[in-house]
Design a protein around this ligand. Structure first.
Ligand SMILES: CC(C)(COP(=O)(O)OP(=O)(O)OC[C@H]1O[C@@H](n2cnc3c(N)ncnc32)[C@H](O)[C@@H]1OP(=O)(O)O)[C@@H](O)C(=O)NCCC(=O)NCCS
Length: 231
C-alpha cells in the first residue's frame, strides 16, 4: 500500500532505511523507550544540542514519560488513520523512534526523529508563537501550506555512519511528501553543531536565517540558532 511495513507480531507499522542500513527501522514510540531515551539524552554530547530542555543536568524519568506520552498519542492517531485508509493524506507521521534490529531479531532504541507541525519554538514572543502555532494547526490535513518541523537525536554509539542522513531522507521522501503532502519542511540547529546542519544540507535544506545569541541556555552568552528550510 505504501512505504510502511508492518511488524508480524504486533501489527505496528515501521519504515525501513535503505541499504546499507536495512537493519535500521523507524517505529512508533513505545513507553518502554523511557529508560533508553534517558540514557541517550543524559549523555552531554547529545543533550547539549537539544535546546533548553536537553541542556539541564538531568533528563529525568518524569520528563521522558511526559514526552513519550505526548508523542505516542500523536503517532497513535496517525496509526488509526493508516489502519482505516490506504492512500492519505494523513495528519502526520506514525513512526519516529529509530531502532537497530539485531541478528537475533531483537531491536534496540538508538534515536528519535520527529516530523510534526511546527510550533515555532524559535519565536520568543509568547503571543506571536501561539498565534503562528494556532494558524498552522488550523490548516486542514494535506494543506500544502502546513509548516512542518523535523528534529532528531542519535545515540553516540551510532553517530558518524550516515544513519541520520538516511533516516531524514527516508521519513521525508517515503512518508512526509507522498502521504502527508508536506511541502514546507523546516528545522533548526545551533551554530557549532556541524553534524546536524550537514544532515539537513545533505537532505536539501538551506540556512534561511541565523538568529544571533538567541537561545538562553542558562550560560553567560545566549546561543546562536540557524533556521533551515528544505528547498
Ligand atoms: C546530529 C546527529 C543527529 C547527526 O547524526 P549522524 O548519523 O551522526 O550524522 P551522519 O553520520 O548522517 O553525518 C552527516 C554528515 O555530517 C558530518 N558530521 C557528523 N557529525 C559531525 C561532527 N560532529 N562534526 C562535523 N561533521 C559531522 C558527517 O561527516 C556527514 O558528512 P559527510 O557525509 O560529508 O561525511 C548526531 O550527531 C546527534 O544526535 N548529535 C547530538 C544531538 C543533536 O545534535 N541533535 C540535533 C539537534 S538540532
Amino acid at each position: 500500500m505504501n512505504a510502511l511495513e508492518f511488524n508480524a507480531a504486533t501489527g505496528e507499522p515501521f519504515l525501513r532505511l535503505p541499504a546499507p542500513f536495512t537493519n535500521i527501522i523507524i517505529t512508533p514510540p513505545p513507553m518502554s523507550d523511557v529508560e533508553p531515551s534517558i540514557a541517550i539524552l543524559n549523555n552531554p554530547a547529545v543533550g547539549i544540542w537539544m535546546g533548553p530542555m536537553g541542556a539541564g543536568p538531568a533528563y529525568t524519568a518524569s520528563k521522558a514519560e511526559q514526552w513519550l506520552t505526548k508523542v505516542k498519542a500523536e503517532t497513535d492517531i496517525v496509526m488509526q488513520e493508516v489502519r482505516s485508509a490506504t492512500s492519505g493524506p494523513f495528519s502526520g507521521c506514525p513512526v519516529r523512534h529509530i531502532r537497530e534490529v539485531r541478528e537475533d531479531g531483537t531491536d534496540v532504541f538508538i534515536g528519535d526523529l520527529g516530523f510534526a507541525r511546527s510550533s515555532w519554538t524559535e519565536v520568543l514572543d509568547a503571543d506571536e508563537k501561539a498565534r503562528l502555532a494556532a494558524e498552522n494547526n488550523a490548516r486542514a490535513v494535506g494543506d500544502p501550506d502546513i509548516v512542518w518541523h523535523v528534529g532528531y537525536y542519535l545515540a553516540p554509539s551510532h553517530q558518524g555512519r550516515g544513519v541520520m542522513t538516511a533516516a531524514v531522507k527516508t521519513i521525508i521522501t517515503q512518508w512526509g511528501i507522498p502521504y502527508m503532502g508536506a511541502k514546507c519542511i523546516r528545522s533548526s540547529a545551533f551554530e557549532g553543531n556541524p553534524g546536524s546542519i550537514k544532515v539537513l544540507e545533505k537532505n536539501g535544506f538551506v540556512i534561511t536565517d541565523t538568529l544571533v545569541e538567541h537561545v538562553d541556555m542558562g550560560k553567560a552568552k545566549k546561543w546562536t540558532l540557524c533556521l533551515l528550510e528544505r528547498v
